[in-house]
Design a protein around this ligand. Structure first.
Ligand code: IPE
Ligand code: IPE
Ligand code: MG
Length: 226
């Protein structure tokens, strides 16, 4: 049974989970981080080469300051607490998205973590932060234009944040919403998409493995007949 090389996840539903538990949206975000750790370990077990997690979109700045600040705090804490474990597990960390809008201390930490894990080869963990697919595509086209290169599909892929990363075979969205919310629009043109009803903090290893094993039976046509 062959595993996919690249799995991408829209980790949606934290806020609703927190409210459902009669706590806060932020409580849900905190719980969501715990699931991230489990899914990384499971991805390594399944020999997945790339795991891409959508953590903050270019549209998420519309949320209340209190929630945004908490998400930034959680991320910073995650890097502080988990970096050593990521190194131990031989995880290579890569941030995709526009980091300019984040506090300098976080930017430094993320850059340093990328640097420190760059030779790790068990799995590459891409965290999408202030990531928006439309912005990414526009940036790519601008770069191609600046370099006076031909605008074609190969070059557009090459100048995306995900340059050199194969397109995901699987995209999972938890949280009972059936949309892509500006995530990997270009890269997901032939991706198998799984919309899961469960909220992200309830998503577990078993759910993940069910998707992975289902995928191995899917016949992918890429427009042809097989
Ligand atoms: C987590 O889920 C995604 C992030 C933006 C961090 P949400 O915060 O969107 O949770 P819901 O969808 O409002 O429940
Ligand atoms: C997508 O979830 C973004 C992340 C999971 C980071 P949203 O909750 O922001 O998406 P919408 O607003 O429901 O489309
Ligand atoms: Mg949501």
């Amino acid at each position: 049974m062959s595993s996919p090389k690249h799995v991408a996840i829209i980790m949606d539903g934290n806020g609703r989970w927190g409210i459902k538990k009669k706590k806060s949206r932020n409580f849900g975000h905190k719980q969501g981080v715990k699931v991230v750790e489990k899914i990384i370990s499971e991805s390594i077990k399944k020999k997945i080469n790339y795991l891409t997690l959508f953590a903050f979109s270019t549209e998420n700045w519309k949320r209340p300051k209190k929630e945004i600040n908490f998400l930034i705090y959680l991320l910073e804490r995650y890097v502080d607490k988990e970096l050593n474990k990521l190194i131990e597990k031989k995880v290579r960390l890569k941030i995709i998205g526009n980091l300019n809008k984040f506090p300098t201390s976080l930017k430094r930490k993320l850059k340093k973590s990328e640097q420190m894990t760059k030779n790790n080869n068990k799995i590459q963990l891409n965290i999408a932060l202030n990531y928006g697919s439309k912005e990414e595509i526009v940036k790519s086209v601008k770069k191609i234009n600046k370099l006076s290169l031909p605008i074609n599909s190969k070059n557009i892929s090459k100048y995306l944040y995900t340059s050199n990363i194969p397109d995901p075979e699987i995209l999972i969205r938890t949280g009972n919403r059936y949309r892509l919310s500006n995530f990997l629009l270009w890269q997901a043109s032939y991706t198998e998409i799984f919309f899961i009803k469960k909220l992200w903090p309830d998503f577990n290893k078993k759910d993940f493995n069910k998707i992975i094993s289902y995928f191995s039976k899917v016949r992918r046509n890429f427009g042809g007949i097989r």
